[in-house]
Design a protein around this ligand. Sequence first.
Ligand code: GLN
Length: 493
Amino acid sequence: MTDFTQLGVKDIRDGVASGDFTAREVAESFNAAVDAASALNAFIVATPDHALAAAEAVDAKRAKGEELGAMGGVPIGMKDLFATHGVQTTAASHILEGFSPQYESTVSQKLWDAGAGMLGKLNLDQFAMGSSNETSYFGNVVSPWQKAGSNAAMSPGGSSGGSSSAVAARIAPAATGTDTGGSIRQPAAFTGICGIKPTYGRCSRWGVVAFASSLDQPGPMARSVEDCAIMLGAMAGHDPKDATSLNRDVPDWEGALSADLKGKRIGIPKEYRMDGTDSAILDSWEQGKAMLKDAGAEIVDVSLPHTKYALPAYYIIAPAEASSNLARYDGVRYGLCDLPEGAGLQDMYAATRAEGFGDEVKRRILIGTYVLSAGFYDAYYTQAQKVRALVARDFDRAWEDCDLILAPTTPTASFPLGSLNDDPLTMYLNDVFAVPASLAGLPAMSVPAGLNPDGLPLGLQLVGKAFDEQGVLDAGLAIQQRAGFEAAPEKWW
Ligand code: GLN
């Protein structure tokens, strides 16, 4: 009998469509796998009934000979940042505990319309702030990967760590993620899976709990480039409800996939050779170059001179936007309300926010409020916005010499949970290679490149021109075919 949990999006979709198995059988297998994997803490809530109902609807359509949709019969995990009608949506924060939206996010609705079902809501860093999945109110997610010869609990990355852990552990064939400054790519790299952040505006942010609105972007996480292409096609598209949504056609990324890179120039940014980058990562970068060359591409050196200012600028802009976005959690409209005996309105706000937000979220609100304050706005916020423009201009100049950029996704492989908790700056450095593409709004993907000497996955990142998800996916496919990454974590959970 087929072990359905080993299958990815394409195989499930095609198998259901051709009648090799039913969507219900697939949903049942994944529901059981989710249930058996509580040690990973990947899900905040499981929704087996949602998965079954969606599967039955697909099976019924098939019986009637109707179209099953691009994700027909595929059960997925939904990052708990997407509002889901009638299903608790928390952003992994106490302040939203018990909040059950009366609406569905555009992206999740599109996935259901395409025939997908929901296995549950995936754990994440609180309000998507973090790189290790340790800021969740619902406990940290554990990576299914362990270092060779050790059973220390490792980080699945963050903030989409529930998504990365679930997909790598094969308890979900794919999951949604969101990326503000690396939260799709870094967890994908840490867990040996693929994840693409499309061009800013490709996927609607409507109904996604806001962190930093000018950066937030949903995207798919799955175990192959093809699966990401399929799922991105189902998630993307213009949405009048999101003022920054791109009004452009969604190309057939899956249909146009090609690993033939003849005529493509791949830029290697010299500024990404940073101190502190693991030698295994530098080696994998060299191998990545060779793979793309083998696929017909030309490798060229490029310069992105403002790279080192990107991370500091991000840690001004993202908290500034967060401090404004999170002002809406006041104890009145959503979730938690802490009203001490005899308290007034201000006391209720203060008590609710003190109780409801985690430490990292408070840190960001404080930083954000500070950099937006009258006395410091120009010194920090305006300055950071100028840096953001320079980072974007660096890419524009690089595109005169190349079509895509190849870089590592992260400076190190995954680390043990708890090891960076007292060191927020080192934690922030995880995203040093991811943040520039976020500030510039460009499509960027992480694909598995291999394992380091400890047996932990490493990812390579491809960054493309605005709207060129196809170029990014094609180069990702070329790496996937050559890296032949088949490794899976050994089951301990
Ligand atoms: N790790 C980064 C942060 O903490 C990025 C988070 C994200 O992309 N959501 O802000």
